[in-house]
Design a protein around this ligand. Sequence first.
Ligand SMILES: [Zn+2]
Length: 325
Amino acid sequence: MMTLATLLNLISVNEEFLLLLFDYDKVELANMNRLFFQPHQAGLSKVQAAEFTLRNINPDVVFEVHNYNITTVEHFEHFMNRISNGGLEEGKPVDLVLSCVDNFEARMAINTACNELGQTWMESGVSENAVSGHIQLMIPGESACFACAPPLVVASNIDEKTLKREGVCAASLPTTMGVVAGILVQNVLKFLLNFGTVSFYLGYNAMQDFFPTMSMRPNPQCDDRNCRKQQEEYKKKAATRPAQEAAPEEEEEIVHEDNEWGIELVSEVSEEELKNSSGPIPDLPEGITVAYTVPKKISVQPALRCWEVLSVSMETGTAHWKLRK
Ligand SMILES: [Zn+2]
């Protein structure tokens, strides 16, 4: 919902925009830490409350809300139908599906629908301990789907409900959610308006201010047969595409000839370096796996530490140094 509020703030008036919302939950007072719902909305369905708040932000947006659980058979059919027919022009598919859910079952349902329809979607999530999150772009056939590299909890068929400990509530930080929601919307804009790079996977580790990105190829042995079908179709299409001609290199115009302050651009970490650096994997309970690891810090001894002062001459103002063994 935070994602939607951010998104709607950016849409100019007069622009045609249609939002389809799907959620089965009701607003509870415990949700107030999400900074989106208001106490007087407690008891309303989340989609109803969201529509009310979002309409106030941008009254020109058209809403279609569905208060049901997409993972049940009957609702799943309806959900698929609305994705493939509920676009701006009725009968046409939507431009993009965004998922901001808190469980694997719902993610897998969206994945199944999008693989069957060939629908591009963006998945987002915040970890149970609330200090990391991720955004994943999935283009059926071209990039890994959610089932191509399932989290261990899904691959091992463990009921995720058993992972939750009695009386222990998962941590929740509105700041982490705000950051992840902001990056998701940033990627939505880049994707829909076709500018910049939209990474297939972008992680966020709040503890280390670490944002790993990676591209994820589809798994030819994916459990989802529609994913495998989409992969075949993508390969066929790619084979018929004419090889891209190298565009003639244009000489860039030099804007500033002098460099009074001696400012230099320093290259960033290469992809190879990123690939090679991976940190230790912590000991986790069964069914939980890390999405990425933080690279080991390479400690560099400051050069001066290798030298020792032998003597300092007060007369000449010079010092004698010796290289430490
Ligand atoms: Zn797959």
